[in-house]
Design a protein around this ligand. Structure first.
Ligand code: HSE
Length: 436
């Protein structure tokens, strides 16, 4: 059979890693896909810079449109990232009848509904395993492995850079910016690293996971996102004292009131396997009604782990090249007519437990005032620790864990606590998830 010809857009960390894996593992790819797979063309912004891969035998250009318009190419790998011109290139490739594989989570989260519609009309595949959790085959696991289940919730550490920063801060007391710079040098961080540390990247990934888990359209604008920049070393230490770790989670949960889509730091019990996922590793815990909890773990970023997912998509696409488009695995796990809008809750409608850290004056009655406010909002306290005042200070830190409550009630209670004259500054609030 004729070889399948690949064109690659972008030869950076992921593109370079993909060239290396496709070349090194050409025999196993042929054995699994049933055809030779060869890279014929690639585009890169700068053709003279040094690369992690050998591009001998690949026709290079600075114009990615030359690649998508090449009539000899069967499959386009969009590994350049960003929204534009990635979106225009993907749509052009689809219009040209080419299959597309992308690692671009922002593109899928923001424009996937349109891209998949166009791809279905044209009868081509768009695969995106590498868009979520790097080398962890989480898309395939939910879309295919768990297709007999109703997914009730999922929770994941889905940003490697953020997890790397939190781990290094906790284990080595390293400075936030210093660890971030290392993550950038290692090729983990996004081009704009605020996407990593402010939860945007995790929000893109959660959008995709929620869609394939619940059969809802991709809707990034409904995801609540909060980053890790407000987490202090004190919070990490107090959480540990109480038996918890702080992780940055993406959570999608079905509740009787609607769907929660949220990305934020959370305390999780240290006995949970996922609490021990460190460094650039990702893990996603998925709860299906039939299977119960399942956990998927591995490298969430980096050249070859991400290439592993891209090349797996190449094999899948090559295997399905001659299949009837109606009988292929649907892009978003559900057939297009089975994808329906469901109510997505606002953050005030979330129900969760909390860790609160407040700075209180060291005098009688202060805790009574705070607990009275919580009680008036029907918020039960699970644990309280009062620390020693720091030398020469008349204030002391108070740490509380609460039981689950409606976020609206917690917001109101926090505003009232902050207004007390005996409380200094802001109340630091971190959500707490038992993941049971
Ligand atoms: N910046 C992302 C991360 C890369 O750190 O997880 C992989 O999507």
């Amino acid at each position: 059979m004729k070889p399948v010809k690949i064109g690659i857009l972008g030869l950076g960390t992921v593109g370079g890693g993909t060239v290396n894996v496709l070349q090194r593992n050409a025999d196993v790819v042929r054995g699994r896909a049933g055809r030779d797979v060869i890279i014929t063309r690639a585009s890169a912004q700068n053709l003279t810079r040094s690369r992690i891969c050998d591009t001998q035998g690949i026709q290079l250009t600075t114009d990615p449109f030359e690649v998508v318009n090449d009539p000899d190419i069967d499959i386009i790998l969009e590994l350049m990232g960003g929204l534009s011109p990635a979106k225009e290139l993907v749509l052009q490739a689809i219009a040209n009848g080419k299959h597309v594989i992308t690692a671009n989570k922002a593109l899928i989260a923001l424009h996937g509904n349109e891209i998949f519609k166009k791809a279905s009309e044209r009868g081509v595949m768009v695969a995106f395993e590498a868009a979520v959790a790097g080398g962890v085959p989480i898309i395939k696991a939910i879309r295919e492995g768990l297709s007999g289940n109703q997914i009730e919730w999922l929770a994941g550490i889905i940003n490697g850079t953020g997890n790397f920063i939190l781990t290094e801060m906790r284990d080595k007391g390293r400075d936030f910016n210093d660890v971030l710079a290392e993550a950038q040098a290692l090729g983990y961080a996004e081009a704009d690293p605020t996407f990593d540390v402010e939860g945007i990247d995790a929000g893109h990934k959660l959008t995709i996971l929620a869609s394939i888990a619940f059969g809802i359209p991709l809707q990034f604008d409904k995801v609540y996102t909060e980053g890790i920049t407000q987490i202090t070393r004190d919070d990490v230490a107090y959480a540990e004292e109480l038996g918890y770790r702080i992780k940055h989670l993406g959570i999608a949960r079905k509740t009787p009131q609607g769907i929660e889509l949220r990305v934020h730091p959370a305390l999780i019990p240290e006995r949970r396997l996922i609490a021990n996922v460190d460094g650039v590793k990702n893990a996603v815990l998925v709860y299906g009604d039939a299977v119960g909890p399942t956990l998927y773990y591995g490298a969430g970023a980096g050249a070859e782990p991400t290439a592993s997912a891209v090349v797996a998509d190449v094999v899948d696409v090559v295997r399905a090249l001659t299949s009837d488009p109606e009988n292929r695995v649907p892009h978003l796990a559900f057939q297009p007519d089975a994808i329906v809008e469901q109510l997505v809750l606002t953050s005030e409608q979330f129900t969760t437990a909390y860790y609160l850290r407040l700075t209180a004056e060291d005098k009688p009655g202060v805790l009574a005032e705070v607990t009275k406010i919580l009680a008036l909002h029907q918020i039960s306290i699970e644990a309280i620790i009062q620390k020693e005042p720091q030398p020469n200070k008349t204030t002391l830190p108070v740490i509380m864990l609460t039981q689950k409550t409606l976020e609206k009630e917690m917001n109101a209670a926090i505003a009232e606590i902050e207004a007390l004259s005996s409380i200094t500054g802001k109340v630091n609030r971190i959500r707490l998830e038992t993941l049971g």
